[in-house]
Design a protein around this ligand. Sequence first.
Ligand code: FAD
Length: 481
Amino acid sequence: MAKAQSIDKPILVLFRTDLRMADNRALSAAAATGRPVIPVFIFDEESEGVRPVGGARRWWLHQSLSALGHRMAALGAPLLLRRGPMLEQTLAMLEETGADMVLWNRRYDPPEASIDAEMNTALGKTGIRTLDFDGHLLHDPSLLKTGSGGPYKVYSPFWRALIAEAEPRDPVDAPSQLRPFAKALASDSLDDWALMPVKPDWSGGFRSAWTPGEDGAQARLRDFLDGPVSGYGESRDIPGAQGTSSLSPHLANGEITPFQIFSALKSGKIDAPSHDLEKFRKEVGWREFAYHLLFHNPDLRNANFNDRFDDFPWKPDADLLRRWQRGQTGYPIVDGGMRQLWQTGWMHNRVRMIVASFLVKHLLIDWREGEKWFWDTLVDADPANNPASWQWVAGSGADAAPYFRIFNPILQGEKFDPDGTYVRRYVPELKHLPARYIHKPWESPKAELEQARVKLGDNYPVTVIEHQNARKRALLAYKAI
Ligand code: FAD
């Protein structure tokens, strides 16, 4: 009798940074019990330590939840939406539904991981069973250790250790059906969460660039593996080409897992040199490394990994920061990057490195300002990749680029965007300039500027700082520490 009862008891499945149905082990495990499944997304920005989601990711979240909601409804178990502290909302749902099990996929952002640990304890005490699963990462950051038992601080040995472990597991299929819960349950309305920008609605460029949701993620992966992955080793550095996968926002929102990516890469059906496939795997490995660093340095977005940088003589300057944010520095590749970010919520990795280096080294503005801006404006804003990459560029990070290696924005532009395709796309006021001046319009003869209708200081800014002076100033500042 007791058995018959428990088979009808529903199971709660919590959705958070795993907005997918395939390779969602929590969902599949719940479906496999044959018991009613109640999927619920709890939007928690209230629990202690949780960083509010930035503007660009709010837009993404709305779209992605809407896509997931449609798919869930088609399987008969509508996705419920609730907002508030994770534990409080889960307890309320348990009370309402009589569920005796809660399943979720693990999160690795330290405040979120602590909430989940607390949930385990609190729910356990009330006799509720909890189960958690992998999916977001290939490795568990708490388990991978160096020979001496500590965390990895250098990428290459980390990567070697990671791939020396067992092959990543195969992804699990999406459940083909879910047993619905008999009673109708209240859900928030997605529109009421007001995640989308209204006045002004800046999301036009986002809509044309992205298809949030699991289907969009799988389509990106297929497109990438059908084409750009071949040659990835070189083309990944060319911002004017579609040379990378653009999977980062899908990964950040858990619409696709690294297990699915690794499995697709070894399918044997991809027409690409093995070194390109390996390079791509290694880039996904940087994401694992960033989470490893974050796990062992939970305050990565505030505290320098290398504390020598605590005394760095930053020069805060609100006006220069604003010009950088708006893409008005007078350096075309920097401005192109910042405008791509503003228009599409994403920026090419090579250009992220250039603009970050420019902020930190040319303008001597604290990397944390850049991290915050990216957090708000990137659709792939990620609690590990973002601070780890900012610290990498600033020189304060683990296995970081040395501070004294200062990117020259002109040479970087000429090398990686030689004909100016990228700059012309995002800095249209320069689009008629000949390639030899596109990265240094100030060197262009007057007649050429006139012909290209460029008026420096008028429709395109003069440089906010001269490169060689900036370089000398940055090196002096570095000497101080
Ligand atoms: P691909 O080249 O197709 O790579 C595949 C995947 O590997 C990416 O989706 C990403 O998950 C991972 N990856 C690739 N490069 C890196 C890297 N350097 N570090 C960590 N993971 C990597 N990435 C984010 O996902 N979120 C961020 O908030 C973020 N902030 C960054 C800030 C700065 C200053 C810099 C320099 C880099 C940042 N990156 C961030 C890393 C990188 O720029 C993006 O992951 C990459 O551009 C995403 O494009 P893609 O998916 O086409 O990459």
